[in-house]
Structure formats: structure tokens, C-alpha cells
Design a protein around this ligand. Structure first.
Ligand SMILES: Cc1ncc(C[n+]2csc(CCOP(=O)(O)OP(=O)(O)O)c2C)c(N)n1
Ligand code: SF4
Ligand SMILES: [Mg+2]
Length: 310
């Protein structure tokens, strides 16, 4: 059961959105993350985006896996539907929910570990199948929740606080997304809310799979001088881009990488977009509203079908 928030009259002069809700009505439980964690800034940006888009809380479905990042859906839009899946398995849960009800707004929040390690296969298939959702990776380069081990998205030259270098090539989620079929691909920074809110709003409205890789420093384990995912490093190396097509997006990513810069902004957008329900031509009626009688074949159908197979 969800509760439909009742628009409250303005008593302190707060701003109301198009459906009469205040920004506070897009809030959630108090955060339990470390003070200064980038993930909390992304939560603030999500709240603002949902408020500005005047999303009915009961139209939103929040999904996540395991990690500090995956805890964050508890901190915004408490009137939304929510599912906190096991580690790396948010995409299949999103796929199932979306298959059953294509008319809701799906927002997945995951981490670089949850997505790039245990959940990589599931992530790739959600993009390939064009689930209509906004998938946000809160990317800090480490497993924050388990105390800062490098994730598969940690940069090759990045070092731990103790000076140990990452030996492995990074997996770049925006490249994977562009190659695998995501129609909307962008990169943002938790420290730049002004640019992040419009990206989140566009991703929530996109009629297909939208991926946002949001760099989000872990202040406890990966915000030191030798980290490439620190506030300092990101601020000094971000490079705003706006490529026009897939080929250009990939070449812009290559150029930035060669110069040690981080391509930031909307990296690729298929203007039309497409999603699973469109491709499969499925019913616009959510599964729960289709009468059982119309789902069940009439009596005798099975024997007729079997006879036709002999
Ligand atoms: C099956 C399973 N394996 C391992 C873990 C341990 N574990 C918890 S969170 C996590 C990684 C989280 O990293 P990330 O997704 O980047 O989230 P962050 O905490 O950095 O936001 C791991 C390995 C687990 N909970 N379940
Ligand atoms: S450990 Fe890192 S990612 Fe987790 S809450 Fe603290 S700062 Fe954020
Ligand atoms: Mg992480």
C-alpha cells in the first residue's frame, strides 16, 4: 500500500509544484551516511528533480542493490514504491516490475561496486533490453560500505590512502552504456548540483534506458590526494562536453582520456528512444489490471494446440 500525499496549504510561504506538493514532501528518512558523502548530494538533486517534475510519489518506483549508494532510496520520496534488492540484482527486479507495469517511473540507484562487479551481467541486460528507467551509478571508485576496496570502475592510476596503486583497467560505465543500447547516457558530479538536476530530470523523462554515471566522492576512503575520485581531482579535471552521436561520443571520451580529463555532461542521446514494451508490442494495461479470464486460454484450447503439434 502507498499513501497519496495530500497537498498542504502554504502556511510559511513555501513553494508548491504543479501538483501542489512542497519540496519537503519529496523527502525521506534522515541519512545515515558519513557527513560530506557525495551520495547525500545526489539524494538532494533527486529530490529537487522529482519536485520540479511534479512527480506523484506513488508513480515513482525506487530500486537499489547493496552498498552505501544503494541505501539512499530510503532518503528520498518516502511515498514512492521501493525495493532494496540483493547485491547486484536491482536490474532484474526492475525488469520484472517494469514488465508487469510499464506506466510507472522507474529509478534505480546503484554503486560502482554493485553495478560493475557482482551486478555487471544484470546491468548489461537491462540496457540491452531497453528497460524504461533512469539508472544512476553513484560512482566513488571503491566499495565504500565494506571500507574502501577498489571497485572495477577505479581508475588505473588511482591509489589507496596507504599509497597502493590500482593495478587493473577501469570499466567505464558510459562506454558500456553507449555500446549496449542505452538511449540516454550522461556523466555528472555530486559536487555540481546545478548541472546534475537537469541531467536527472531529463533521464527520468527519457522514453528508454537512461544511464547517469555520477561521480560521488567517498570522504571516508577515497577522497585523498592520490585518488582520481576525490572532490579535488574531479573539480580540476572535469571537461564539459556535448557530443551529437555515438561515434562522436566515443571519440570525445577517447580524447578526454588521453588528456587525463573527465568528460562530463550529456554524452549521448538517441532523440527517439525506445523501450521494451514498445518493441514487444505488449498491452498498455498493467498486468494486475488484466482480468484473469482474458489471460487464461478457453477450455479445450490446450488439446487443440497439442493436436496441431502432432
Ligand atoms: C553477495 C554479497 N557479496 C558481497 C557483499 C559485500 N558488499 C556489500 S556492499 C559491497 C560493495 C558496495 O560498493 P558500491 O556498490 O560501490 O557502493 P558504495 O558503498 O561504494 O556506495 C560489497 C562487496 C554483500 N553484501 N553481498
Ligand atoms: S563509507 Fe564512503 S560511500 Fe559510505 S557513507 Fe561513508 S563516505 Fe559515503
Ligand atoms: Mg562505490
Amino acid at each position: 500500500m502507498y499513501s497519496i500525499p495530500i497537498p498542504t496549504p502554504s502556511i510559511h510561504g513555501e513553494t508548491h509544484n504543479a501538483i501542489g506538493l512542497t519540496a519537503a514532501q519529496y523527502g525521506g528518512a534522515p541519512s545515515t551516511l558519513c557527513g560530506g558523502c557525495g551520495h547525500d548530494s545526489i539524494t538532494a538533486a533527486i529530490k529537487q528533480a522529482c519536485f520540479e517534475l511534479a512527480i506523484q510519489p506513488h508513480q515513482l518506483v525506487k530500486l537499489s542493490g547493496i552498498g552505501c549508494s544503494s541505501k539512499t532510496p530510503a532518503y528520498f520520496v518516502s511515498g514512492a514504491h521501493g525495493f532494496n534488492a540483493v547485491h547486484g540484482r536491482m536490474p532484474p527486479v526492475a525488469t520484472g516490475a517494469y514488465a508487469a507495469h510499464g506506466g510507472l517511473i522507474y529509478l534505480g540507484v546503484s554503486g560502482d561496486g554493485d553495478t560493475g562487479s557482482i551486478g555487471l551481467g544484470a546491468f548489461m541486460h537491462a540496457m540491452r533490453r531497453q528497460i524504461r528507467m533512469l539508472y544512476i551509478i553513484e560512482n566513488n571508485g571503491v566499495y565504500g560500505l565494506t571500507k574502501g576496496q577498489f571497485s572495477a570502475m577505479a581508475d588505473r592510476t588511482s591509489k589507496t590512502k596507504q599509497g597502493v596503486e590500482n593495478l587493473y583497467m577501469p570499466m567505464d560505465p558510459v562506454r558500456l552504456a553507449i555500446q549496449t543500447g542505452a538511449g540516454f547516457v550522461g556523466r555528472g558530479f555530486s559536487g555540481d548540483k546545478e548541472k546534475l538536476v537537469p541531467l536527472i530530470k531529463a533521464g527520468l523523462e527519457y522514453p528508454g534506458f537512461a544511464l547517469l554515471d555520477v561521480l560521488s566522492p567517498c570522504v571516508s576512503f577515497n577522497n585523498h590526494d592520490n585518488s582520481t575520485k576525490s572532490y579535488h581531482h574531479i573539480r580540476r579535471h572535469e571537461h564539459p562536453v556535448s557530443p551529437t552521436n555515438k561515434r562522436e561520443a566515443m571519440s570525445v571520451l577517447d580524447d578526454c582520456e588521453e588528456r587525463g580529463e573527465i568528460a562530463m555532461g550529456l554524452l549521448y542521446q538517441d532523440p527517439l528512444g525506445s523501450h521494451l514494451h514498445q518493441r514487444e508490442g505488449t498491452s498498455a494495461t498493467p498486468l494486475r489490471d488484466i482480468p484473469v479470464a482474458s489471460l487464461r486460454p478457453p477450455a479445450g484450447w490446450l488439446s487443440q494446440f497439442q493436436a496441431g503439434c502432432r
